[in-house]
Design a protein around this ligand. Structure first.
Ligand SMILES: *Cc1c(COP(=O)(O)O)cnc(C)c1O
Length: 385
């Protein structure tokens, strides 16, 4: 039997047709599908404007650049995330300050964020770990008195709400990823959302090499009709029309994707409720998560063993994530293990069970049975001579 993955895309014949239509047309990159995708996405963000970019890492790089992050600035990041939340700011010369996560949601702890914020803090980045929103109101309160911007890395949480407000409208700037395991996919893709028009304008410009095409903003507008100029450096992080067409088609299925994920989460919650040796993900009363991961905690130091047993049984469990400050690139800069104990002890227990819209009930039952069997199995000891 093939290994069940921990996450995978769902691509329909409508998606294939939407892409093929663009391929038969005149424009493969920047064209009407980009504007259309951005407008469709903005319907999900409670009015925040969106800029499509080439992936979620690019979205973070664009967002930090648009926020004005430069050498000497500090950026506060929780360690329980994918490395890109931190590395994209480090590339701009920022000093990353890791702040620990909360015990239940494993999102940025507002008290830890407050303690980590200084006069040099340019951005505080929250991550909606597993699809559960961070506590944005508490983070705002924790940041009062600081000029720092609040960033939401919403790679896991498009479609989620916090106290009834949609992800995308909760922070000064929000980033999305459309990698195949995420809620919707464009193969590679991402977006930046912001209610701040100036920040969004800077984001669009950074995404497009920094080119200034608006005549009224140019230093030498009379150069000629061909003229474009660069005032600040940028990169080519554009998402092509071909992929934006896929994104628009995927967005039409997002409600169904999220509904199926919620159904699978409810089935896991029920089936695993009485299982000894694990803890299940917690949902706060103020959040309506969009579950991207189903992160359980394997107790009694058995995570490595259960990971191995599940893999051998053909269940592609995953671990999300190694604490970011443990990566050698941060260790070499002097970051130490032990500095974020909540994230670090969570990491030692964490295991993501398969969760994706096309996971069948029967395959989910296989996961549930395999987990029960793995936990009942007692590690074999060498026989004493
Ligand atoms: C996936 C992910 C990213 C990066 O997105 P890519 O599209 O893979 O570059 C960033 N942050 C988090 C939390 C992610 O899960």
């Amino acid at each position: 039997m093939a290994m069940l993955p921990y996450g995978r895309h769902a691509v329909s014949e409508d998606d294939v047709a939407a892409v093929a239509d663009v391929l038969r047309g005149d424009r493969l990159t920047t064209g009407p599908q980009v504007d259309g995708f951005e407008a469709d996405l903005a319907k999900l963000t409670g009015g925040a404007g969106c800029a499509a970019v080439s992936n979620g890492t690019a979205a973070l790089h664009v967002a930090y650049a648009a926020a004005g992050v430069r050498p000497g600035d500090e950026v506060v990041v929780p360690p329980m995330t994918f490395v890109a939340t931190a590395s994209s700011a480090a590339l701009l010369g920022a000093k990353i300050v890791f702040a620990d996560v909360e015990e239940e949601t494993f999102t940025l702890d507002p008290a830890a964020a407050a303690a980590a914020t200084t006069s040099r803090t340019r951005v505080v980045s929250a991550v909606d770990y597993a699809g559960h929103p961070a506590d944005y109101d508490a983070l705002r309160t924790a940041m009062s008195g600081s000029d720092a911007l609040l960033l939401a890395d919403a790679a896991h949480s498009v479609g989620a709400t916090y106290r009834g407000r949609p992800v995308g409208s909760l922070a000064d700037v929000t980033t999305f990823s459309f990698f195949p395991t995420k809620h919707l996919t464009t193969g590679e893709g991402g977006a930046v959302a912001s209610t701040d028009a100036e920040l969004l304008r800077r984001a669009r410009r950074f995404r497009n090499i920094g080119l200034v095409r608006e005549r009224d903003e140019q230093r030498w507008p009379d150069e000629g009709g061909w003229h474009q100029e660069v005032h600040e450096f940028g990169l080519n992080y554009r998402l092509p029309d071909v992929l934006c067409a896929l994104g628009r088609s995927q967005l039409r299925q997002l409600d169904a994707f999220l509904a199926r994920r919620a159904e699978l989460v409810a089935r896991y919650n029920e089936a695993l409720a009485d299982l000894d040796g694990v803890r299940l993900p917690v949902q706060k009363s103020w959040a309506e998560p969009a579950w991207h991961l189903y992160p359980i905690r394997v107790l009694d130091g058995r995570r490595r063993e259960v990971y191995g047993t599940m893999r051998t049984a053909g269940i592609g469990v995953q671990v999300n994530y190694i604490p970011v400050h443990w990566h050698p690139v941060f260790a070499d800069l002097g970051y130490r293990r032990g500095s974020c104990p909540v994230a670090e002890s969570f990491y030692r227990q964490q295991l993501s069970l398969p969760l994706y819209p096309t996971l069948s009930d029967a395959d989910q039952d296989r996961v549930i049975d395999a987990l029960g069997a793995a936990l009942r199995r007692r590690p074999t000891r060498p026989v004493a001579a």
